[in-house]
Design a protein around this ligand. Sequence first.
Ligand code: GLA
Length: 405
Amino acid sequence: MKNHFMLLLILVLVFTGSVYSQKFDGLALTPPMGWNSWNTFSCNVDEKLIQEMADAMVSSGMMDAGYRYIVIDDCWQAAMRDTLGNIRPDPLRFPSGMKALADYIHIRGLKFGIYSCAGDKTCGGYPGSKDFEIQDARTYAMWGVDYLKYDWCNTKGLNSIEAYSKMRDALSSAGRPVVFSICEWGDTKPWEWGKNVGHLWRTTGDITDCFDCIVDHGNWSSWGIMKIVDMRTDIRQYAGPDHWNDPDMLEVGRSMSQSEDRAHFSLWCMMAAPLMAGNDLRTMKKETIDILTNAEMIAVDQDPLGIQGFRFSQKDDLEVWAKPLAKGEWAVCFLNRSTIPQEMVFDWSKNVIADPVTRWALDAGTTVYTIRNIWEKKEIGTTSSIFQAVIPVHDVVVLRLKKLQ
Ligand code: GLA
């Protein structure tokens, strides 16, 4: 009898262990796309703003282009939990409550994301989820949360793998499928352990809206586009369907030039990065919409193989990036990072672009490819001719290559 009881106990433990120690599989087979409040609004968030952003995501065509998640970043919380320890939104800024806001978003065909932190306080000083993981996960499930960004402030003494796994398990036991976005800034190499824990992990500190600067905030810095790109050049093999390297949210449509926005967006797509817009969707210019909704560029990002692209060459601030795509196609991006226009001359037959991770090669010496210019939206010949173009300052030319039938 005693033995039977022990056996039963072991079976229950194994069963619950295997059920509760998994992330929700298949929620991010391609990099998540959406909008997040932080880059433009930081702590100034309220329900009206979020509703307007959901409306703008639909009316701007972004939803049709594939953007889904409306994520409220830090500072949505009331200063304190309620007497039962439940997390709650600030009653003045979110008077209708989070369930009503989630409904508003869901009715439009979009998904609802929220933010918390593994520490006892968020980076903005609001209540974090430490020791409240299960309770918070249940609350999120009740509200209809589909996406959780989970930060890493005020976590002294915590082990990142344990803390993030704890929240993964809490979400799992709450039962509502949630995309889990790990945001520990690359400090403890989440690419090495994040695959079974979350669907994406930040690889660096915070991005800022400049092409190549560093902004010093005293005890931390934020990073321009090229700084973020250069910071992690050796982790592409860790990314793939349902587990992405996240070089942070987009700065498109904020203060950079149109060329810089285009280069930033293209590089994020080449890197199979999550595409979380961070601009004010209500007031964006047509040029910004055109960048954020370029279907062919998005198709590079969302390619079903989910292979993160790589820098093939770098000379005089001219770079060549490549990304293998499904059906033997390739995306190739020529980037001019310098402050003068530069001519790019690229002889396909003399440059075999070999991918060290997949071991595939774009070898125009043995195969002829047709070429389409993604931003100009036109066919420009084949790899039998040398590619030549003047690339403006901080801009790109992105090509899609297909084997000639
Ligand atoms: C950290 C994150 C940011 C943002 C803020 C909010 O800095 O990296 O993306 O979420 O916290 O306080």
